[in-house]
Design a protein around this ligand. Structure first.
Ligand code: DX5
Ligand code: ZN
Length: 230
């Protein structure tokens, strides 16, 4: 599948998008696992960046994203779980991110960050922790390409999906235009993806469910089937 670089939230006109979270892959053999998720049809690579401060865990930094970019042209969405998104937006844009998502809780100047992402030709995403209400993004929501509703506390993969997030997903879908995407991240597997889709989500991040499955093509296929609203 030939995919164009650029803002991934504008590149696919409709239908659910599957975004494997590389946090759950085996870092000692990332290349073959990238090949596997791409061959399975996953549209976007989800790269979780944790600074050990905004969340109590460390993950990867710009050199890893650079290696991914050198390996594949596939769309790369960076989820920044960091205290200083303004600094890291530049670092990850420099190494080839196609979209960057930052936390509303981490900045007083969300519009400035969104505008900067667009100036650099990237997709702009904004995200909310489970305890942050939908209204927190109301001033900037019209200008983003994607909203990510966290369905676990950010920081770790393999956590249980938080069902109380479903009304927030529905509320945020009402705030969005048809050309804006709504992503969910945390505890996503077929059953929870179906619930999120029914409430308006259309981008599905999954780590453990894909990389821990032992059968990546099947995991991606089953997630897509569950996420396709009928
Ligand atoms: C959590 C990360 C997620 C995580 C999802 O802080 O943002 O992207 O990797 O992992 P699973 O799908 O295993 O819950
Ligand atoms: Zn994430």
């Amino acid at each position: 599948m030939a995919i164009q670089r650029g803002n991934p939230w504008k590149a696919f006109s409709s239908g659910p998008l599957i975004a494997p979270s590389l946090l759950a892959c085996n870092f000692a053999c990332m290349g073959p696992q990238l090949d596997a998720v791409i061959a399975a049809g996953a549209e976007v690579l989800h790269v979780d960046i944790m600074d050990g401060h905004f969340v109590p865990n460390l993950s990867m930094g710009p050199p890893v994203a650079k290696s991914i970019r050198q390996y594949t042209d596939h769309p790369m969405d960076v989820h920044l779980m960091v205290t200083d998104p303004a600094y890291y937006i530049e670092r990850f844009a420099d190494v080839g991110a196609d979209s960057i998502t930052f936390h509303i809780e981490a900045t007083d100047q969300p519009q400035k960050l969104i505008d900067r992402l667009h100036e650099r030709g990237l997709g702009a995403g904004i995200t909310l922790k489970p305890g942050t209400p939908a209204e927190a993004i109301k001033d900037v929501v019209a200008t983003v390409d994607m909203v990510l509703v966290m369905t676990v506390e950010p920081g770790y993969g393999g956590q249980k999906f938080m069902e109380p997030m479903l009304p927030k997903i529905a509320a945020i879908r009402k705030m969005l235009r048809d050309d804006q995407r709504l992503q969910v991240d945390g505890g996503i597997q077929p059953a929870t993806a179906a619930l999120c889709a029914a409430h308006g989500a259309d981008v599905f991040v999954a780590g453990e469910n894909i990389f821990g499955s032992g059968d990546i093509p099947r995991a991606v296929r089953e997630l897509r089937e569950a996420a396709t609203r009928r």
